[in-house]
Design a protein around this ligand. Structure first.
Ligand code: PLP
Length: 409
């Protein structure tokens, strides 16, 4: 057996996968940082990097439970975490959850992999939003499936375009991914919009994957509607976790909840069980904080009100970016991302990856190009607005100066 590296790598499917934290631009930023250049990384939503920390009760809970967390847990999770997740889900209107409907995981990321691996046969199609959180497309591709993008409409506050969803359904379509609130657009979908998506899923027998990890980070008194609560009969897998709402991204603490017509999905659920037990269990110290965290599920609320850091940072970045000639954006209703549109004619932009690389080289700020979220045109980028106001002020100034002179060759 004398396989070259080239032959081995040929068996993977890493083309056609989007990225925000991977890829050549992020690698270039890492190289610059290794050379001692101070790079501001606005490519991941990692709250502690920017001075957001978990409530003290969580730190206490992990210390108090550390001795009991040393062994494997049941592959679903520890009972206290499962009960807390059930209670939280019920508070969102996802009812009738029994033993076996809740799975804990090492972040939502791991559960996205498990849930897609258990479902996809080669050639199956999964509807994903465009733009998407790229992990959904990547994992679908790696499982041998085809991710088909449905358009989220910028002119309608980035709401999913129902007609486009219907157009994209084929006999191979198995599931639809709904990311609400949305990364990268910061959109929050109306109940009517969700009801329409769920009607389509019901009509075509699709599994709904509802990624709701930002559901506790809402501005302006907005209300979040869970897909599974809007249509309790439709088979839905709802994803959530503590990376964002409790600023605990490093704990890798996530869960998924299965609801709706489980009888029809019995084989699929068995596949999820099998995969979930193959990785033994989720990190147990992290599970030990779920109850404390969900007893205070909305601990981030003060940050989202006028005077709160996230509220003020959103207000600033939205206005500052809109003031720059050639940029325009929709005001985010949730999460901590802005997805500005670039007037590509004005700057002769044909390659948005080149655009963010040029900005990185000139100003040492790393943002993510829109195509990293599988957006088809080179006319958007995403900025994470977690840095404090004074840093955002400086970043906006850099972008303004950069675009004053920028013309892509
Ligand atoms: N889903 C969405 C929409 C995200 O934006 C992220 C992280 O940015 C994740 C899932 C991954 O979350 P976790 O940290 O729980 O793996």
């Amino acid at each position: 057996m004398n396989k070259t590296m080239n032959e081995i790598t040929k068996t993977t499917k890493l083309d056609n996968v989007g990225y925000d934290i991977r890829g050549p631009v992020a690698e270039e930023a890492a190289r610059m940082a290794r050379e001692g250049i101070d790079v501001i990384a606005l490519n991941t939503g990692n709250p502690p990097t920017f001075g957001f920390f978990a409530p003290e009760s969580i730190e206490r809970a992990i210390c108090d439970n550390i001795r009991d967390s040393e062994g494997y847990s049941d592959s679903y999770g520890i009972p206290e975490a499962i009960d807390a997740i059930r209670a939280y889900s019920e508070s969102k209107g996802i009812e009738g959850l029994g033993y076996g409907d809740v799975f804990t995981g090492n972040g939502v990321s791991e559960l996205i992999s498990i849930s897609l691996q258990a479902l996809i046969n080669t050639g199956d199609e999964i509807l994903v939003p465009t733009p998407d959180y790229p992990l959904w497309t990547s994992v679908t591709t790696l499982c041998g499936g085809n991710a088909r993008g449905y358009i989220c409409d910028e002119s309608a506050d980035w709401a999913p375009d129902i007609a486009d969803i219907k157009r994209k359904i084929t006999p191979r379509t198995k599931a639809i991914v709904v990311i609400n609130p949305n990364n990268p657009t910061g959109a929050l979908y109306s109940r009517d919009n969700i009801a329409e998506i769920m009607n389509v899923a019901r009509e075509h027998g699709l599994v709904v994957f509802a990624d709701e990890i930002y559901d506790r980070l809402l501005f302006d008194g907005a209300v979040h509607h869970s897909c599974a609560a809007v249509a309790p009969d439709v088979f839905t897998v709802t994803f959530n976790g503590l990376s964002k709402s409790h600023m605990l991204a490093g704990f890798r603490c996530g869960w998924m909840v299965i609801s709706g017509d489980r009888e029809r999905a019995a084989d699929y659920i068995e596949g999820i069980r099998m995969l979930s037990s193959m990785r033994l269990c989720a990190n147990v110290p992290s599970q030990s904080v779920v109850k404390v965290a969900l007893d205070d599920a909305y601990s981030a609320a003060p940050l989202l009100r006028p005077g709160g850091r996230l509220y003020e940072q959103r207000a600033f970045i939205y206005e500052a970016m809109n003031e720059i000639p050639g940029l325009s954006s929709t005001k985010p209703k949730a999460a901590f991302y802005l997805f500005p549109r670039i007037d590509i004619k004005r700057f002769n932009i044909r390659d948005d990856e080149r655009f963010v690389l040029d900005f990185l080289h000139e100003h040492h700020v790393l943002v993510t190009h829109g195509r990293g979220f599988n957006w088809p045109e080179p006319d958007h980028f995403r900025i994470v607005y977690l840095p404090p106001l004074e840093d955002l002020w400086s970043i906006a100034g850099k972008m303004s100066r950069f675009l004053c002179e920028y013309v892509q060759e």
